[in-house]
Design a binder for this molecule. Structure first.
Ligand code: NDP
Length: 289
């Protein structure tokens, strides 16, 4: 029997409607959630992502600021801009689009954003809070995956979750969020021997690698939940994930498509985090009138 499709686009739309309502409510208290996005250089993929973040902000009634720098910008100038945004009361979230040019220290840039405005959830303080189960900004892609499963009423507690990929922004935090929800988590990566033997044990399989057709029907067990985070281009230039969708959908219980799966959720959770940051603002005489 074919898998049930997890429609990320529709789930994201529903969530965005809820966010838009809350934005209106905040606006009635003179707080407009504001997101600043910094784009360095001219990477076409980065530009596309940044534009869609800007569009989502405006659609939800949020304040959006795009700051562009040439690839030649020096690190100090970039850090100074972040410090300025840290102090700007109209900005509740700061995002620096990655990757950055090689001469800029990514770690330093992330750590300059104050944790209270780190809506990407990449700051070590937010990561530490997430790991210890405290309130924090959760990284948007893993967070989006969790929300999708929640919306589909897919239970997590006691399940064996296999995460393929261990990057700091997707793989590692995904496994941690599942662990926080009482799953048993296994990580796989490029040095894993016999990937299939492990992925076949997964009740829930997260593919976050960046390789077309890495996960085939042979990699999964009958009825598994398959979440495809990958965003790749196939030989024909078509957007696709890490999972061989057509064959895996015949064996899985649930599956996310690419496009229309995890991608729309990522942007939605960024908006959610920006709203959350704005809601944390303590009323001042000026914005409580
Ligand atoms: P990275 O390149 O940072 O990490 C890839 C991971 O995959 C690494 O941990 C690597 O292992 C592992 N890996 C590589 N080859 C294999 C293999 N043959 N078998 C098992 N593991 C392997 O990528 P990201 O985590 O940033 O992104 C992963 C994918 O998700 C990409 O396609 C990206 O475009 C997409 N993405 C999608 C988003 C969305 O919103 N849908 C958001 C962010 C990313 P090792 O650590 O050993 O090198």
């Amino acid at each position: 029997m074919a898998a049930q499709l997890i429609d990320g686009k529709q789930i994201a739309k529903n969530k965005q409607e809820e966010i838009a309502k809350e934005v209106q409510e905040l606006k009635s208290r003179n707080i407009i959630p504001g997101l600043a996005v910094i784009l360095v250089g001219n990477n076409p993929a980065s530009r596309t992502y940044v534009k869609s973040k800007e569009k989502a902000c405006l659609q939800l009634g949020m304040h959006s600021v795009l700051i562009e720098f040439p690839a030649t910008i020096c690190e100090d100038e970039l850090l100074a801009k972040i410090v300025e945004l840290n102090e700007d009361h109209s900005i509740h979230g700061i995002l620096v689009q990655l990757p950055l040019p090689n001469h800029i220290n990514e770690k330093k840039v992330i750590e300059t954003i104050i944790p209270e405005k780190d809506v990407d959830g990449f700051h070590p303080i937010n990561i530490g809070r997430m790991m210890t189960g405290q309130d924090s900004f959760l990284p948007c892609t893993p967070y989006g995956v969790m929300v999708m499963l929640e919306e589909m009423n897919i239970s997590i507690s006691g399940k064996h979750v296999v995460v393929v990929g261990r990057s700091n922004i997707v793989g590692k935090p995904s496994g941690q969020l599942f662990l926080n929800e009482n799953a048993t988590v296994t990580y796989c990566h490029s040095k894993t021997t016999d990937l299939k033997a492990i992925t076949k044990q997964a009740d829930i399989l997260i593919a976050a690698v960046g390789k077309v057709d890495l996960i085939t029907a042979d990699h999964i067990k009958e009825g598994a939940v398959v979440i495809d985070v990958g965003m790749n281009r196939n030989k024909e230039g078509k957007l696709c994930g890490d999972v061989s969708f057509d064959e895996v959908k015949e064996k899985a219980g649930y599956i996310t498509p690419v496009p229309g799966g995890v991608g729309p959720m990522t942007i939605t959770m960024l908006m959610y985090n920006t709203l959350k940051s704005a809601k944390n603002v303590k009323p001042t005489i000026q914005n409580s009138i």
